[in-house]
Ligand binder design. Structure first.
Ligand SMILES: [Zn+2]
Length: 317
């Protein structure tokens, strides 16, 4: 669990305590963790009215009047399509070649990046990863308010040196799409760094073995590049790698089919957009963050927030 998620739960001690209290009554969902219990808390509480809702082990737990816990502001489970901007970053650096316009567009400076993360934090955004977004659809888990996914393509070394410390300082989750064939080259992360970010709560996604144009690749080459990136990364991190990103956003029906056959459960493109449904999971759109854009442009690119509901707890008995 990321620091951010921990914080989100820590802000709702009564909800967490209640979930723990009701855990024996919810054995049918045992193994999914506290977060999985949250949507069931109210239903379970209604069927067990005699259970005290006073949090256990907290200061003042034996007092009759407790302050009302702050309501949980969530994107409720069950919506077919929700607005969750998936931000697309490449380099976090000062572009080294001033005349290189492409490099400039792909490079968000460390100062701009820090300002963007500060703004997300101050504006109540909750960075989630693609495990969370898939779980929203697959296992009916709610999402925190103002969900956003921060993705970083290609596995550059500056993700590790410039982006990762800022994300950690905020307790933000993120997704790094790694090109395993490039690891250890100059300006790319190495295997140790990928393992370390994975262990620190950054989701590792795949981006082919050699960053090839999958539309132009032969069927055999396509299969090797897609499946090979999954198996190489899974060996590296020691668990499933389920999210893919098409290099340069290039895909067609055959590429989508090969990506699904390789076992990936989502894939992102470079098509602009913020609305995502489970049905469109192999072509999820993204919001590109361009080098040099002003904070106001960045803020405007996130779209209107997905409406939330307040999951209030019933008053103490
Ligand atoms: Zn790429």
């Amino acid at each position: 669990m990321s620091g951010r998620t921990k914080q989100w739960l820590a802000d709702r001690p009564a909800l967490v305590a209640l979930a723990a209290l009701l855990a024996p009554a919810l054995v049918s969902v045992a193994g999914f963790g506290v977060a999985a219990l949250l949507p069931d808390v109210q239903v379970a509480a209604r069927s067990l009215p005699h259970i005290s809702l006073v949090p256990l082990g907290l200061p003042g737990a034996d007092q009759a009047a407790l302050p009302t816990p702050p309501p949980a502001d969530v994107v409720p489970a069950g919506r077919t399509e929700i607005r969750v901007p998936i931000m697309e970053y490449h380099y976090i650096r000062v572009n080294p070649v001033a005349r290189d316009r492409l490099g400039f567009n792909l490079s968000v400076t460390p100062a701009d990046f820090a300002a963007q993360m500060d703004w997300l934090d101050a504006s109540g955004f909750h960075p989630i990863d693609l495990n969370d977004l898939r779980a929203y659809y697959q296992t009916n888990l709610p999402l925190p308010s103002r969900p956003v996914v921060l993705t970083f393509d290609d596995g550059y070394a500056d993700f590790y040196t410039a982006a990762f410390p800022v994300l950690q300082a905020h307790g933000f989750k993120a997704v790094a799409y790694i090109v395993p064939g490039f690891l250890g080259r100059p300006s790319y992360m190495n295997v140790d760094q990928v393992q370390l970010i994975d262990q620190s709560g950054i989701e590792v996604g795949a981006h082919t073995v050699h960053h090839v144009d999958l539309v132009k690749a032969s069927p055999a080459g396509r299969k090797l590049e897609i499946e090979g990136s999954r198996s190489a990364l899974e060996q590296m991190v020691g668990h499933a790698v389920l999210d893919f990103c098409y290099p340069s956003g290039m895909y067609d029906a055959a590429v989508i089919a090969a990506t699904q056959q390789a076992g990936f459960q989502s894939a992102t493109t470079e098509i602009p957009g913020t609305r995502h449904a489970w049905a469109s999971r192999m072509t999820w759109s993204r919001v590109r963050v361009n080098g040099g854009e002003k904070l106001a442009q960045f803020a405007g690119s996130l779209d209107q927030p997905e409406p939330t509901t307040t999951a209030s707890l019933p008053p103490p008995a």
